[in-house]
Design a protein around this ligand. Sequence first.
Ligand code: TXA
Ligand code: MG
Length: 351
Amino acid sequence: MIKTELLKIGDLEGDLEKIKRAASLIRQGQVVAFPTETVYGLGANALDPGAVDKIFKAKGRPADNPLIVHIDNIDSWSMLVETIPDQALDLAEAFWPGPLTIILKKKDLVSDKVTAGLDTVAVRMPSHPVARKLIELSACPIAAPSANLSGKPSPTKALHVMEDMQGRIPMILDGGDANVGLESTVLDLTFDLPIILRPGGVTREMLELVLGEVLLDPSVFSSLEEGQKPRSPGSKYKHYAPKAQVTIYKGRQDRLIAGISKEAQRLIQAGQRVGILTTDENKASYKDGIIRSMGSRQRPEDLARVLFSLLREFDDLGVDHILAEGVDTKNEGLAVMNRLARAAGFSIVDL
Ligand code: TXA
Ligand code: MG
């Protein structure tokens, strides 16, 4: 067991020494957890295959699932990819720094460890000031998956990272709660048309304003058939899953409330502990179970911010079954429903 230090970063200037220590660990080939605006990341020097190996070990991540490389300037991007098409530059101008990851053909410099043997590399420029400072002081691109144990919901608080990574990594930088709350949008630009492999905070609607038509990979809303090869290797794993079984209910609001209430009663009578994941508009209508609202349906970005944290809270409360309300897939709602559907293993009831 390694001792895991948790360092709180209040203000960037005052706590610069702490970020310097984290950067020096990265330069020595160690793994450090750090805040980003989406979720916490588990970072290592992307150009050091030995360091990247340690990320996979700490997370228990399958070696065939590639990592996102984090940069703090466009020059670093040119180092990593063969060419940057105009479309990609337009996207960077519109959305970087921010929650968008762009996939392009990689250069040889990027090791197979990072890309899991693919000839492409996923790159993102995060906006969180601590993430940016860490990359700058490390003076290297940082490969980082979400800082959860493989299969668990991504961490949106330093405390979540501590729960999963204590004893596995030397340092966690605590930069407060993640503002977006879900992982970045992953966009593949290596096909004829841009295709979203994972929806996130930069929405399909926002991307289409810059690019025109943008496709959605089928894996966003369905599990793969046996033997099918996904474009995004991550999409074949059960993700974002709490210990509890999750079921999503979709349909008219009155039917939704009636259906969930009835199922909650049935499960509680059978001796199960039930969590209800609802929205501000409906929360007062439920009587039984542990009731948590994600926020207002009018503001899908609010639902995104708290979803993972609520899934973890249900686990802490020993919930056996989570009954979740489906939400509209417009704007950030698409990413919310994608993560919910994966947490539910695509178990969705239409009412
Ligand atoms: O917001 C985020 O993206 C966070 C923070 C830390 O930046 N990171 C993150 O990383 O969510 P991770 O490893 O949990 O998810 C990366 C996803 C995986 O589904 C992986 O399969 C996919 O991106 N991916 C990475 N490189 C790829 C590539 N070259 N081609 C296709 N998919 C790729
Ligand atoms: Mg992840």
